[in-house]
Design a binder for this molecule. Structure first.
Ligand code: BT5
Length: 224
């Protein structure tokens, strides 16, 4: 897998949108985003001093699995802060969200967008409590962090391509929060409760309820 060619912008609407203009193996970073995106049309607060990074890869048939590869990559990169992963790909430190990841596709590319709070965590209304590297006295510039994430991403993708999802899944589970515990899963039309049993081989969350086992492919997880 080749190195990423990096493009740095002062400001843009969203690094994911900028990345869509490039072929595979390019990376876009920006100092600020004016329209940072989360999942399902949600907003990503994009204050200056934080990391906004999007990379392009050739569109794989198993694109959804890259969500776990990306989360594992960021968790490994922030390993010195004992991070946890909240399904599928939020990174938490002390139970607070420090990183969000958004996967998008075009006809030919997979875009992985990674936002890490370095200097500031938003204080407004958020789904989940937030934190930033500065809260943990971690001194790392956006550029240094981007370079480390890109290096680790190449490593994890190579590993995945050689060994398959089971290796990623196993490592992901070591970082996962809430395994074996009661959780709430908010879906667009219903809210489910159950025990978080693990991850199946497609990356779906296995939720054990009284009489059923459900495999959830999209939703927001909350610890109870
Ligand atoms: C995500 O969505 O967590 C994916 C965020 C991806 C952001 C990156 S930045 C680079 C690239 N360019 C983009 O435009 N996007 C990607 P989701 O799971 O839907 O979480 C969004 C929710 O997190 C919001 O509704 C808020 O509640 C909360 N939130 C917003 N900004 C945040 C921040 N900076 N830190 C922590 N939580 C935040």
């Amino acid at each position: 897998m080749p190195e990423f060619e990096i493009h740095h912008l002062k400001q843009c609407a969203s690094t994911n949108e900028e990345a869509k203009k490039w072929p595979p193996y390019h990376a876009v970073t920006a100092e600020t985003q004016t329209a940072g995106k989360g999942r399902n049309g949600r907003k990503w607060e994009s204050l200056s001093g934080n990391l906004f990074l999007s990379v392009t890869l050739p569109l794989p048939s198993n694109a959804a699995l890259y969500s776990f590869i990306a989360a594992l990559t960021v968790a490994e990169t922030l390993g010195f802060l004992s991070p946890r992963i909240k399904w599928p790909n939020d990174i938490l430190i002390d139970g607070k969200k420090i990183c969000g990841i958004l996967l998008e596709t075009t006809d030919t590319t997979l875009i992985i967008g990674i936002g890490v709070n370095i200097e500031t965590a938003p204080t407004g209304p958020v789904l989940y409590q937030t934190t930033c590297l500065k809260d943990h006295n971690a001194v790392l510039s956006a550029k240094e962090l981007a370079n480390k994430i890109l290096q680790n991403l190449i490593f994890e993708i190579n590993l995945f391509q050689q060994k398959g999802f089971s290796t990623v899944r196993q490592q992901w589970l070591e970082y996962a929060t809430g395994i074996g515990k009661p959780i709430e899963v908010r879906l667009p039309r219903e809210t489910l409760h159950g025990i978080f049993e693990g991850l199946d081989d497609t990356g779906a969350l296995i939720l054990k309820q009284d009489k059923t086992i459900r495999h959830i492919t999209a939703g927001d997880v909350f610890m109870i």
